[in-house]
Design a protein around this ligand. Structure first.
Ligand SMILES: CSC[C@@H](O)[C@@H](O)C(=O)COP(=O)(O)O
Ligand SMILES: [Zn+2]
Length: 207
């Protein structure tokens, strides 16, 4: 049973975040998708193919945690990547997927890398579970594919042993990032984009 008032509130909050993210240049040309948990068994996700900077409450679909729609409309083509995360981490409340230039380019700049290690950055403390700069965090990179079911399974296998991982990259595609609610998800996304930007600058300086 969908709580329509909560659906609407979550949709309004995600639409506002979408506008912000679009203004940052992180979801060009209808790319990206966003979701928020409704309850233990369902979430709302953006409809497929919409402009993510101009979303309205009718641009969201309720899905169960297998990714099956439980309200009218066509959910994001990448819905299973969201719902796997809600299954894996019962404590998370929101997932944001973006195509910022930094997250798209860095995995291509490191074509052999299966992860990027973020270490000795003060901003690592923005992520839940980190309380000192003297920490290190691996952000995995998965190869891009149109087989979303396979990618959902691959990312889930990796995350089995990674309780504090706040996001992953898909090579040449973008980033998936999550958090306990929409605000912390946005904070994680902002921190991840900043730290990966730093890594990209370091790569440029080393050339
Ligand atoms: C506009 S191409 C990008 C898509 O292939 C996809 O990666 C994406 O992020 C948006 O897909 P969507 O189905 O709108 O959620
Ligand atoms: Zn995408």
């Amino acid at each position: 049973m969908i709580d329509s008032k909560f659906f609407y509130q979550q949709a309004i909050a995600l639409a506002a975040v979408g506008e912000d993210i679009y203004q940052r240049g992180w979801v060009p040309a209808t790319s990206g998708n966003f979701s928020a948990r409704l309850n233990a068994n369902s979430a709302i996700v953006t409809a497929s193919g919409k402009h993510k900077g101009q979303l309205s409450p009718t641009d969201f679909i309720a899905v169960d945690l297998t990714g099956k729609p439980i309200s009218d409309g066509k959910p994001s083509a990448e819905t299973e990547l969201h719902t796997r995360l809600y299954q894996r981490f019962p404590e998370i409340g929101a997932v944001l997927h973006c195509h910022s230039p930094v997250v798209t380019v860095i995995s291509k700049a490191l074509p052999q890398a299966q992860a990027i290690t973020l270490a000795d950055y003060e901003l690592i403390k923005a992520f839940d579970g980190f309380d000192t700069h003297a920490s290190s965090l691996d952000i995995p990179i998965f190869e891009n594919t149109q087989d979303i079911t396979a990618l959902a399974a691959e990312s889930d296998r990796y995350l089995t042993a990674q309780a504090h991982c706040p996001g992953y990259l898909i090579r040449g595609h973008g980033v998936y990032c999550w958090g306990k609610d929409l605000n912390s998800c946005m904070r994680n996304l902002e921190a991840l984009d900043f730290l990966l930007h730093c890594e990209l600058e370091l790569l440029r300086l080393a050339r």
